[in-house]
Ligand binder design. Sequence first.
Ligand code: ACM
Length: 277
Amino acid sequence: MIKVGFYQFCPTFGDKRANLHKIAEALERAEADIMVLPELCTTGYLFTSQEEVNELAESIPGPSTLFLEDITRRKNLWLVLGMAERDESAKQCYNSAVLIGPEGYKATYRKAHLFFEEKLYFAPGDTLFRVYDLGIAKIGMLVCFDHFFPEATRALALAGAQIICHPSNLVLPGKGQQITRVRAMENRIFWILANRYGVEERGGKKLLFTGASQIVAPTGELLAQAAPDGESLQIVEISPAEANDKRVTAMNDLFADRRPELYNIGYGRACAPSGSL
Ligand code: ACM
């Protein structure tokens, strides 16, 4: 059994120092093996210009991951958090999830499916979805809107992910919580949705984030759930190996029963031409 959790909070836009200290304080209290934090949780979400993104985003690894490494090393903790990443060589910024562990920085995943005005400021990630074996569990990372694309979760599940770590800033009420519950069920995997709460109002725009972070079992059962509003640190015990069993009945294994030869969805909108009946 391992302990996994989320920390739901309300980052202050632009104040990385305050946000990192809030995170540090929460992580000091967390007796867990894996913790997940929200999307863009060191900077806030509602950017109003590219200059603002460029200024607040940082290299990964960089100052913020170094700060957090100190905690993950000391506490023997795996941490997944959402951060704005600046790639100096590509002169681009990414909405990224970062994996930091007991031996320091481990990996970055760049959000592949950008939501709404994120497309103005961030480049989409373009690397294959990848599973990381932490020794205690095999994890995959997705960032917020990625959950709307079942192929992304399926790719990670087929590659052996037992837990999806999902930093989020969900804004469509109720949807993300329902979708991620279904993704967990249809792939028989654990899901840690770390969502932020609160309101951001900047440059004449306003967003309300929906909180309600949750941890879902491969059966779809909710193991933990936060309120839509307010700070919440929750940790549960799970056995990641439960996610290796894809059976829903004695005669149905969700992976063995797949019929990829009929789906034909590779690239584009391939399907059989519609004919007349
Ligand atoms: C989102 O992808 N932040 C909704």
